[in-house]
Design a protein around this ligand. Structure first.
Ligand code: COA
Length: 121
């Protein structure tokens, strides 16, 4: 992902406090991981990183940003919904996102409470 120029790091006085790791696919830029250090949360860093990811996807001419997340955890699904992401039904998943969900299930994640989301650009 770093080799693809697809990782964003937020720093406070040269100390990294957050990152967004994405990967470019034909249909979308996929957000694999967004994490803000606990002592740096609720200061807009997560939103700023997401804005950078969305702007980057648009600049690359991609049609969407996709991700998978927990549907109900306040700072997961509801946050992404407020930012314009739409939950995809199982029928709407493309083979790539179906494979992501299958891998999460294999890793033991509670996929019943997780969803795939898409922000069209
Ligand atoms: C999710 C995460 C990246 C948000 O980053 P952040 O810098 O704290 O978020 P921001 O300050 O930009 O706030 C964005 C919004 O997230 C929501 N949010 C963030 N932390 C929250 C919390 N503890 N409880 C409820 N809502 C929360 C709020 O809606 C917030 O907006 P508001 O402050 O205007 O109410 C960060 O909390 C995190 O790293 N969490 C652990 C890892 C994780 O869940 N990553 C996402 C996986 S898909």
């Amino acid at each position: 992902m770093i080799a693809q120029d697809c990782v964003w790091v937020a720093a406070d006085a040269d100390q990294p406090v957050a990152f967004a790791a994405t990967e470019r696919f034909e249909d979308a830029l996929h957000l694999w991981e967004l994490a803000v250090r606990r002592d740096a949360q609720r200061r807009g860093v997560g939103r700023a990183l997401l804005a950078a990811v969305v702007a980057d996807a648009a600049a690359r001419g991609l049609a969407a940003v996709t991700l998978t997340t927990f549907r109900e955890i306040a700072w997961n699904g509801p946050l992404y919904r407020r930012l314009g992401f739409v939950e995809l039904s199982e029928a709407e998943l493309n083979p790539r996102l179906t494979a992501v969900r299958a891998r999460e299930a294999a890793l033991g994640l509670d996929v019943a409470n997780r969803c795939a989301m898409r922000l069209p650009l």
